[in-house]
Design a protein around this ligand. Structure first.
Ligand code: F6R
Length: 240
């Protein structure tokens, strides 16, 4: 794992953008794995602004998102479909038919997404990390071999995400569909973004802790091409 501790969230976002740009320069038809949430918002801003200023094109890029809530409509303002449209897809020239975001509510729907994933290889997967070490919605205790599946969200995660639901945990869906750790680990390269002091312990456990299913992100120590990009608050308890 390479670890970069950046001074600010803006620096982190620029560094993450450089990784995306490098991937696109090498292969304009690259396949990107994308995450939602606060961590990649700055990266997506950088991608949009670079597209507008420098014309970097996404017309041949394919994207596969990590996860989506179960039980809310794709057009719901809180859905991950909407998040991706508003933070990235509406403002770049990606072909809508090349966008893939999990949808549905059954394991058969999850299997169908996994089947699509099994036919491609993600060149660059963008990840955030939960305060409990989750990646995607793979909560502590999830098997490292798990593929795309329906997840019961923990209280902890629903509480953390209630900030997007009027701070009301009762409005946060109870389930999601998520790529599994097995699906994520097939990516050629992975970047993990984390910002803020509340992520510091999870970042330390991911980078320095034992590899254990209790900290899903710790499996990334076994992947040979992972770049962890954090701001100084999220990197504050790292040993070096
Ligand atoms: C989102 C996802 C989650 C988030 C994680 C961190 O698609 O898969 O694992 O990356 O919960 O969320 P933020 O970035 O909002 O702190």
């Amino acid at each position: 794992m390479k670890v970069y501790v950046c001074e600010t969230y803006e620096d982190l976002s620029k560094k993450a953008f450089n990784e995306v740009k490098k991937t696109l320069d090498e292969n304009p038809s690259a396949i990107l794995g994308l995450a939602t949430g606060s961590s990649p918002e700055g990266l997506y801003k950088e991608m949009v602004s670079d597209h507008q200023k420098n014309g970097t094109s996404y017309k041949d890029v394919k994207s596969y998102n990590l996860d989506e809530y179960v039980g809310i409509d794709e057009n719901d303002p809180q859905s991950y479909h909407t998040f991706m449209n508003e933070h990235l897809f509406n403002d770049i020239d990606i072909d809508k038919k090349n966008i893939h975001v999990p949808s549905g509510s059954t394991q058969a729907d999850a299997d169908a997404y996994e089947k699509e994933l099994s036919q491609i290889t993600i060149d660059l997967q963008v990840l955030g990390i939960g305060c409990n070490g989750h990646i995607g919605f793979n909560e502590p205790g999830t098997s490292f071999d798990e593929l795309t599946h329906i997840v019961d969200l923990t209280e902890n995660t629903r509480q953390a995400n209630s900030r997007f639901f009027d701070n009301d945990i009762n409005k946060v869906p109870k389930q999601a569909m998520s790529m599994g750790i097995g699906s994520i680990m097939r990516s050629k390269k992975i970047i993990v973004l984390a910002s803020g002091a509340n992520k510091a312990n999870a970042v330390k456990a991911m980078v320095e802790g034992p590899v254990t299913e209790n900290v899903p992100a710790s499996i990334l120590q076994r992947h040979d091409n992972v770049v962890v990009i954090v701001d100084k608050e999220a990197g504050s308890v790292l040993t070096k």
